[in-house]
Design a protein around this ligand. Structure first.
Ligand code: UT7
Length: 323
């Protein structure tokens, strides 16, 4: 018998305030046209003052629980990917645990920036396969608007806030790629590239800091590394491009998404796109896109879904699962 981690439910939360590109024209020297053509972003959501990452995460978690017909009592663990925790510690996952009135189980954060959800999902799968948990709530939640330097036009127009969650549940499989659930994963990081995408704050400065990015450099790595990792994960699952029903990529830039799909030999019609509506929500972008993709009727049970992401670290990776 092979233990598989199967997706049991999915949900998301977007803050109410929608900010169209045009709003940035009065803030920095930019245009709707530049943002659309260079990134594919048309609008993004920003959290309200006082709204916390754990608030968005908790709402997404509740939506995922509802979609699964489960309650907090049914969950053994929470793994939450974020680079914008409410506090340096305790983990934002424990804030969610308390908000859900869970007095059992365990909860912790994973920090791999935009690749955070890929890392969190892989970690949750490992807990399930090792028998440490039966059901894990896996969340990606971010308030990147709090990390922006509002005078830096090259970054402040690109990011947004939101959260997505899914529930992974232990199920019996046959050990073949016909099983539902997580089939393979591929993770990488390379700290030599830490300077091209980082936040210039933390305990070393005593401030939260601002996001700094050498966009063109990150772009170059993304196009090269994302297709490579997706190919590797597909190979490990014994699958090829023709088997892929949906790519659900990290939603940073439409040009990166398009180039990666091309390199993977998967047509753009089989890519779930939310970048136009959400902007780059870092670790939240993939679970948000999964939830929106299910809501649109794109992603259906039995389909092969490839998720892939890259971000600060650099950290990158991919997961292949049968929905
Ligand atoms: O989620 C983590 C991973 N992050 C990413 O994947 C982001 C990767 N990078 C990108 O998505 C793209 O590099 C950007 C969207 C950030 C930038 O696009 P680009 O085509 O690489 O533009 P660029 O950085 O080469 O800049 C082109 C020009 C520059 O002007 P000059 O030097 O050619 O005169 C910039 O100063 O565009 C200028 N520029 C802007 N102009 C209007 C930069 N930002 C803006 C702006 N509005 N907001």
């Amino acid at each position: 018998m092979t233990v598989r981690s199967v997706v049991r439910g999915v949900g998301h939360c977007l803050p109410e305030r929608v900010v169209p590109n045009a709003e940035f024209e009065s803030l920095v020297d930019t245009s709707d046209e530049w943002i659309r053509t260079r990134s594919g972003i048309e609008r993004r959501h920003f959290a309200a003052e006082g709204q916390l990452t754990s608030d968005l995460a908790t709402q997404a978690a509740r939506a995922a629980l509802d979609s699964a017909g489960l309650g907090p009592a049914d969950i053994d663990a929470i793994v939450l990917a974020t680079s914008t925790p409410d506090l340096t510690f305790p983990a934002t996952a424990t804030m969610v645990q308390a908000a859900l009135e869970m007095e059992h189980g365990f909860a912790f954060d994973v920090q791999a920036v935009c690749a955070g959800f890929v890392y969190a999902l892989t970690t949750a799968d490992a807990l399930i396969v090792a028998g440490r948990a039966r059901r894990v709530l896996v969340i990606g939640a971010e308030i990147f608007s709090r990390l922006m330097d509002w005078t830096d036009r090259s970054t402040c127009v690109l990011f947004g806030d939101g959260a997505g969650a899914l529930i992974l549940e232990a199920a019996e499989g046959t050990g073949t790629n016909a099983d539902r659930g997580l089939l393979s994963a591929d993770l990488h990081s390379d700290g030599r590239f830490r300077d091209i995408l980082h936040v210039d704050g933390g305990t070393s400065t005593g401030t939260t800091g601002h996001l700094r990015m050498q966009g063109r450099e990150v772009f170059r790595h993304a196009v090269e590394k994302l297709a490579e990792t997706a190919h590797e994960a597909l190979d490990r699952a014994g699958l090829g491009p023709q088997d892929v029903d949906w790519i659900v990529p990290h939603q940073a830039n439409l040009r990166i998404i398009t180039a990666t799909a091309q390199r993977m030999q998967v047509p753009l019609e089989r890519v779930v796109l939310t970048v136009q509506d959400h902007g780059n929500t870092s670790a939240a972008s993939i679970p948000l896109a999964l939830s929106v993709g299910v809501g649109r009727g794109q992603i259906r049970p039995g389909q092969v879904v490839v998720i892939e992401a890259i971000g600060g670290g650099l950290a990158w990776g991919s997961v292949v699962l049968r929905w």
